[in-house]
Structures are given as C-alpha cells and as structure tokens.
Design a protein around this ligand. Structure first.
Ligand SMILES: Cc1ncc(COP(=O)(O)O)c(C=O)c1O
Length: 381
C-alpha cells in the first residue's frame, strides 16, 4: 500500500463495471447484457440525429457546459409534477439537483450529511450496493440490517434498534429503494410508516431509479417530510445510461446544499442536451415500457412452475430469482454455477449472495435467456 493513501482504503474492493458495448472490444458485443437493468433499447435514430445536430450546431466544445442546469431542472420539475399529478407550482427548478448519474448525487448526499465523523448510514441488504461502496470510500460507517425472506420487507425492529443504538457517529441517512434492487419490490405500508416516524435529523433517501416501471412515487410526500429526498435517473427507462444523468427532488434548502457540494461543471453539455431531448420525447421513449412489463410477466410465468426456483413478484424491469434450499444444495455454489453456465452461453445476469437478478431485455434476449435457464436448471435435479 502506498504510504500516502488512507489506510482504510487498502481493504476496499472497487465496483466492477460490466463489459460495455461502448468499446472496441468485440467480446462485449456477444453477450445479452441482462446484468445492469439498462433499457435494452437504444435511442431511436431520429432522436440520435437531433442530438448529433445539437452537437454540430449548438454545443461549442471549447466552452464549459451550462453549470447551473436551469433549463434541464425546469424540464425535470415539469416531468416530476406531471408524474405525480401536481400543478407546476408544486415543484420548480429550486427543488431539483442534477448529477453525473444518481451515483454522483448519492456521494453528494453523503458528503453533505455524514462526512467528517458526523454520521453513519443505514441500509437493508440486499439492496443497491453503491450506497455502501460510496460511504466506504468516504470513510463513513455503514450499518446493515436484513430483510424478511419472503416479502423482502426491511427488518424494521433491527432498523429501529440500529437507529437508537448507533453512536459515534449516529445514523444520519437511511437509504431505501422504491422498488428495491435486487428484490424488485416496492416499499410496504409498514416500511413507509416507519420511514415517516424517523426524526427530522435523519435524512431519508428514497431511490426511485425504477419509477417509470413501477409508476409508484413518493414525491407527493416530500412537502410533509423536509428530511426526505427522492432520487431518480435517466439511465433506465429513458435509455440514457451512457450519458450519466440523475436527479434528486427535495426540499429547496436541502437542494441548495447539494448544489454547493457538487462540482461546478458536473455534467457535460452533451449529457445535458441528451436528458433534455429525452424529456421532450418522453412519450415515445417511455412507450416501450408496456412491452417490458409484458415480457416480465411471461418470464415469471414460464419460470415459476419449476420446483427448484423461487420467483417473487416484480415492480421493475428485472426479476429476482432464488433457489429453494431444499432442492438446490448448496445454494451459493449452485447460483454461481448457474451464473457461469448462463455466461458461457452468452447471457450476463447479476450474481448476488442470495439469488440472480435478471434484467428484462428484448423479446429475443428474453427467449434465449428462458431457454438457457430452463436447460441449466433442468440439470439441477
Ligand atoms: C437503485 C439504483 N439507484 C441508482 C442507480 C444508478 O443510477 P445512475 O446510472 O443514475 O448512476 C442504479 C443503477 O443500477 C440503481 O439500481
């Protein structure tokens, strides 16, 4: 370890990105990439043309991008109002901050709340790994609790006792995903009631990365809960993972702090333009969602009857597949083997300690995945 590096970083494992199609490596093109919950659909060619025109005619590559993001924030606030049936007076640009993916906003939230020994964070595993990873890079302690094995509800007793007992530093932020990744379920009524009971000195981050698939949002609660923030992204239903644009919606005072913490030019001009064009064409871009949901139902219906599999309902663009412990032993080895078998045949899925998370792809990708999975699990018995 280099002597000038923080000692806690030596035990730290970096996030391993998957092979991207945005590379010259031919191997990346051979996979059905169902491991990162992206949309399987690229932007339509006429929208790409619009963006190319924008790049040629409007963006001056020698100039810094718009560091205030005002136009994009206004367009986002209009979309947020529309998605929650509010009048445009409810959310304005002052309630929005944009980041280089929601990952950047998660980091800004951590910097604004917990850095310098001021706070720990609470997560309920399994959940999106970046909360813990980003906290660790900042030296922020992560307190983890579990979930109910059947409906994936957070262990609320353990969560409450963690809030009461964690000291030096106390829990300052609770991260939840609605619907959760990888378990694909929305927050339950009991979880919501618990979040509402948390005191105002604890920030509640509700990550709605998959809102467009679930059509369930908590932005309507933000006015009553100044300590809540909703996170969203353009990386999933809006098909813009390559552009890295995320946003959060919240109380204007909290947003002002996030604006202070972020880098001045955190989003490239092309990313800003892409997000704006995506919002302007949202009807078209989001029109693929019904197909994703129907493909999801087909996949769940086809896999559910298998005696070795445990598939739960999904409110998102992915499914979570577990193995029944009485049939597949040992579960972790079998999961690893399944994952490797799928990979060998060209399907990338996400291997997690308790299951496999499979993104819903195009019809042909899903058909291939189903055949490959059925063959692989037939050999389990
Ligand atoms: C729950 C959740 N939040 C945030 C993100 C990251 O989104 P972004 O691409 O905007 O950084 C993901 C990506 O998989 C996610 O699953």
């Amino acid at each position: 370890m280099l002597p000038f590096i923080r000692s806690d970083l030596s035990q730290f494992t970096a996030y391993k990105p998957h092979p991207s199609s945005n590379t010259a490596e031919p191997v990346a093109m051979q996979f059905d990439r169902l491991d990162t919950n992206e949309s399987p659909y690229d932007l339509p060619p006429d929208i790409k043309e619009k963006l190319a025109w924008n790049f040629q005619q409007v963006i001056e590559s020698n100039r810094y991008p718009d560091g205030g993001h005002e136009t994009l924030k206004e367009a986002i606030s209009e979309y947020v109002n529309e998605s929650a049936n509010f009048s445009s007076a409810d959310f304005t640009a002052a309630h929005i901050s944009v980041g280089s993916g929601s990952d950047e906003l998660i980091r800004s939230l951590l910097i604004a709340t917990c850095l310098g020994g001021e706070g720990s964070i609470l997560v309920a595993n399994p959940t999106f790994s970046m909360y813990g990873i980003l906290a660790q890079t900042l030296g922020i302690p992560v307190v983890s609790v579990g979930r109910n094995e059947s409906n994936f509800e957070i262990d609320l007793k353990a969560a409450q006792s963690a809030i009461e007992q964690t000291q030096n530093p106390p829990i300052r932020v609770v991260f939840v995903v609605h619907p959760n990744s990888p378990t694909a379920n929305c927050l339950t009524a009991a979880e919501l009631a618990w979040l509402k009971s948390l005191p105002e000195e604890i920030l509640v981050v509700i990550d709605e990365a998959y809102f467009e698939f679930s059509q369930t949002t908590l932005v309507g609660e933000l006015a009553q809960h100044p300590n809540w923030i909703v996170l969203r992204t353009f990386s999933k239903a809006f098909r813009l993972a390559a552009m890295r644009v995320g946003y959060c919606v919240g109380n204007a005072d909290a947003i002002a702090i996030l604006e202070k913490v972020r880098l001045p030019y955190n989003l490239p001009s092309f990313s800003l333009a892409s997000a704006l064009v995506a919002l302007q064409n949202r009807q078209l871009l989001l029109s693929s969602i019904p197909e994703t949901l129907s493909e999801r139902s087909k996949l769940i219906a086809a896999l559910s009857p298998h005696p070795a599999l445990e598939i739960t309902a999904s409110d998102t663009n992915f499914i979570y597949l577990r193995l029944k412990p009485d049939i597949a032993q040992p579960v972790d080895v079998t999961l690893k083997n399944l994952n490797q078998t799928l990979r060998n045949q060209g399907t990338l899925v996400r291997l997690l300690p308790g299951g496999l998370r499979i993104t819903i792809g195009t019809q042909s990708e899903n058909a291939r995945t189903l055949t490959r999975l059925q063959t692989a699990i037939a050999n389990l018995k």
